[in-house]
Design a protein around this ligand. Structure first.
Ligand SMILES: [Mn+2]
Length: 419
């Protein structure tokens, strides 16, 4: 039995104001690669483990894209999908009785008897259990159980209410924050919790009886404990932190192919690489250096985040950057002022050597940058916050803490004339 495990499509997502669902845009480009992979691989079905849409009330473009993609998919294979925490269960489950006849099985809201889809191959039956996103109160009401408090208890109760034949192969499709005991999955950066999403301990919830657990919610592809409890990962980077400051994040993307042999036999996992239409890249530095470097940088068609480290921001910074990038078909998705990270690190180090409070060192640094403008109360508060942030990070502040502090300082300094 071969299937694709997809999740977190987030149709309708925006990246810094750029709509990813636009005609001929990033999401459509990924969908076409997915359809080509279905043609080539001929999977028995495609699983979509939640967050089909980015919002509970998706816009017209997002609906049109989803409608086209699901229709094309269902024309080639069976499709099993569930609602995630970003979806409206009603939207995803709409017309599900009718769509089932076309091979599109959609589960929007939790029911006492979870929708199940049975498929057969040479090794017998595989039962797919569709468990849309839930929170404990919903399960409590659905099962009329009084004593459910945590997500783990709710999942255990819900799975306990199903009649699962352990003699055949079983696959669970779910959209939750699943942990392996104390070990949490590594987040991508773009997962937001809508209405709160608590942790489910895979072992305690009874995931052990499933031959494969197809998860959605965490956007970075990874296993949770054993190899066969897995987040597929989102098809695109939705946040610059997911792409990193190199191309590494963009290269991680792909379609997860799962093959089940006989019951008890090792599950085979593969990834088909996909290429983003617009790779994400962060450019960091002073404006003049960036413009210089971009003249010879061959990369094209990117969505770019620019972190400007100029102490004094040159005029028309955005316009000159936009023009330089537009020549290569690239667009600015985000533009931020940021204090020079190494200057900030030097200041922190010097303060430590001189045994001076970090906040005081920041005040001095700030005044050096803006000699003609004394710090106001807000700026002093921000400098204090930034200092506290670095002190919290310990003796040797890491890059993330430095970045956050640099951003804090730049936010305020940038007011009136900055990016
Ligand atoms: Mn998601």
């Amino acid at each position: 039995m071969k299937f694709f495990h997809l999740a977190d499509l987030h149709f309708g997502k925006q990246l810094g104001g750029i709509p990813l669902s636009e005609k001929d845009g990033s999401q459509e480009y990924w969908c076409r690669q997915c359809l080509a992979a279905v043609e080539a691989e001929r999977p028995d079905c495609v699983l979509i483990a939640g967050d089909v849409f980015d919002r509970s009330q998706p816009g017209a473009e997002a609906r049109a894209l989803a409608s086209w993609f699901l229709t094309e998919l269902a024309g080639r294979t069976k499709v099993l999908m569930i609602a995630g925490n970003h979806d409206s269960g009603e939207n995803v489950g709409y017309l599900s009785g009718l769509l089932k006849k076309q091979g599109l099985y959609a589960a929007g809201r939790i029911e006492r008897a979870l929708p199940r889809v049975e498929l057969e191959d040479g090794f017998g039956k595989v039962v797919f259990w569709l468990m849309p996103y839930f929170f404990p109160l919903l399960v409590k009401e659905t099962l009329s159980e009084e004593n459910l408090r945590t997500y783990t208890e709710a999942a255990a109760a819900l799975l306990g209410a199903q009649e699962i034949d352990e003699g055949v192969r079983n696959v669970l499709v779910a959209h939750q924050f699943v942990t392996d005991g104390e070990t949490e999955p590594e987040r991508g950066g773009s997962e937001t919790s809508i209405g709160g999403i608590g942790q489910i301990d895979a072992g305690k919830a009874g995931f052990g009886i499933f031959d494969y657990v197809a998860l959605g919610h965490i956007h970075r592809p990874q296993k949770v404990g054993r190899d066969t409890v897995r987040y597929a990962g989102a098809p695109l980077c939705y946040h610059f932190s997911e792409a990193g400051e190199t191309d590494e994040g963009n290269g991680r993307l792909g379609i997860l192919v799962v093959e089940l042999g006989a019951k008890g036999e090792a599950v085979r996992l593969r990834r088909i690489g996909t290429a983003p239409l617009h790779p994400l890249r962060t450019i960091r530095g002073r404006l003049s250096d960036i413009l210089e470097a971009e003249r010879t940088d061959p990369r094209r068609n990117e969505y770019v985040r620019v972190l400007l480290e100029d102490e004094i921001l040159p005029q028309n910074a955005r316009e000159s950057l936009e023009a330089a990038l537009a020549e290569k078909g690239s667009r600015i998705a985000e533009l931020q002022r940021i204090f020079n990270r190494s200057a900030l690190a030097d200041t922190a180090e010097k303060a430590a050597q001189e045994d001076k409070p970090l906040a005081e060192a920041f005040f001095e640094y700030y005044e050096e940058q803006y000699p003609d403008r004394p710090m106001d109360e807000d700026e002093q508060r921000i400098a204090l916050e930034a200092a506290a942030l670095l002190e919290e990070a310990g003796g040797a502040p890491d890059e993330a803490a430095l970045d956050r502090a640099a951003q804090l300082l730049a936010e305020r300094a940038g007011e009136g004339g900055a990016a």
